[in-house]
Design a protein around this ligand. Structure first.
Ligand code: SAM
Ligand code: DTB
Ligand code: SF4
Length: 364
């Protein structure tokens, strides 16, 4: 079994990424087989529990309030609604529910208490629960852990250098600090990024340096292909080529041998053959369900058909780590601290973000 290294350099990663395609595929597939069952895929269902109206300026995101996108915003869902959706996801073969909220960071109060109740409810359905709620403090991470959270998703999204070209309302260090806060608990870390935002291959390698030098490395790494949504600053980006996607998946697999590499946004643009190449290159997880957070995703039945063709089986919940215990709200050891953490707000100017904000919504 190859060792997990935490000292990958950008040069080494670039060398891997740029290998002749077949050599890269073979090497990644070899590492994959040493660490995982290549016929098993972890299936998660995304649930947008609070949609749109976000204060941030992430250039890729249709949920940022300042851009003129066509999404339907929603207040926080009820625990009952979430339970019904989780049961549906379970019945269609998902082992994990990932709840996303269009928040900059978690704020203590009624809404967070409601999210904690959602975590308890889904964990009691014997499904893995993941949340992606923006930045969290150590105390908030501990409360999520106590409720029974299995994973927390917080993407680095790009290299530190290119991050500044995409987002001006928070810094890379805020992301790293949140991951650190999650690491102070038993909750596993899900962190990856997006390709196709106009970044260079060096930036892709830079992101993989940042992720692979975390110790421990993230247990799950989503690789998203940008979904270029009309009205966002990145609306005109060209679709990512399948070759770039496979190279990124393969390189991630080689530098992070134990992580579950998640083939994330952008699958509607990929053929089955393209996705099969990604699985061969080491992807072993997907988001299932006809919607990601706000954009389309392949139909569950199509995915199940694809798995049947490939002879792949969905992973059972808690295969990699035991199910966390849920502590009820009344027995909780932690209380809301009402902290006002000093997350940064660099507010440097990103021309294309400013332009997208200023643009009037064009009627189709
Ligand atoms: N608000 C929280 C945050 O930013 O951490 C959680 C939700 S946010 C939508 C989660 C992730 O979705 C982002 O970090 C990004 O990787 C991904 N994402 C958002 N919009 C995307 C798009 N248009 N294409 C691909 N990935 C996207
Ligand atoms: C991740 O890396 N990708 C997912 C999940 N983690 C939260 C989100 C993809 C969002 C794509 C755009 C949308 O549907 O709004
Ligand atoms: Fe808000 Fe998250 Fe979208 Fe950024 S990625 S605008 S923080 S929902």
């Amino acid at each position: 079994m190859s060792e997990t290294r935490h000292n990958w350099t950008k040069e080494e990663i670039l060398e891997i990424y740029n290998k002749p395609f077949m050599e890269l595929l073979y090497e990644a597939a070899t590492v994959h087989r040493l660490h995982h069952d290549p016929n098993v895929v972890q299936v998660s269902t995304l649930l947008s529990i609070k949609t749109g109206g976000c204060s941030e300026d992430c250039g890729y995101c249709p949920q940022a309030a300042r851009y003129h996108t066509d999404i339907e915003g929603n207040d926080l869902m009820s625990v009952q609604q979430v339970k019904a959706q989780a049961l549906r996801a379970k019945s269609t073969g998902s082992s994990r529910v990932c709840m996303g909220a269009a928040w900059r960071n978690v704020k203590d109060g009624e809404e967070f208490d409601q999210v904690l109740e959602m975590v308890r409810t889904i964990n009691k359905l014997d499904m893995e629960v993941c949340c992606t709620l923006g930045m969290v403090t150590e105390n908030q991470a501990k409360r999520l852990a106590e409720a029974g959270l299995y994973a927390y998703n917080h993407n680095l999204d790009s290299s530190e250098e290119y991050y500044k070209e995409v987002i001006s309302t928070r810094g890379y260090q805020d992301r790293l600090d949140t991951i650190d806060n999650v690491r102070k608990t038993n909750v596993t870390v899900c962190s990856g990024g997006i390709i196709g935002m106009g970044e260079s291959i060096e930036d892709r390698a830079g992101m993989l340096v940042a992720l692979s030098t975390l110790n421990p490395q993230p247990e799950s790494t989503p690789i998203n292909a940008l979904v270029a949504v009309e009205g966002t600053p990145l609306e005109d980006q060209k679709p990512v080529s399948i070759w770039d996607m496979v190279r990124m998946v393969a390189t991630t697999r080689i530098v992070m041998p134990e992580t579950q590499v998640r083939l994330s946004a952008g699958r509607t643009q990929m053929t089955r053959e393209g996705q099969a190449m990604c699985f061969f290159a080491g992807a072993n997880s997907i988001f299932a369900g006809d919607k990601l957070l706000t954009t389309p995703n392949p139909d569950v039945n199509e995915d199940m058909e694809m798995f049947a063709v490939l002879g792949m089986k969905p992973q059972k919940p808690f295969t990699k780590k035991v199910q966390p215990k849920t502590v009820e709200a009344a027995e909780s050891q932690f209380e809301a601290l009402g902290e006002k953490p000093k997350w940064t707000r660099p507010e440097h100017i990103i021309e294309r973000n400013e332009a997208a904000k200023a643009k009037a919504k064009t009627l189709k």
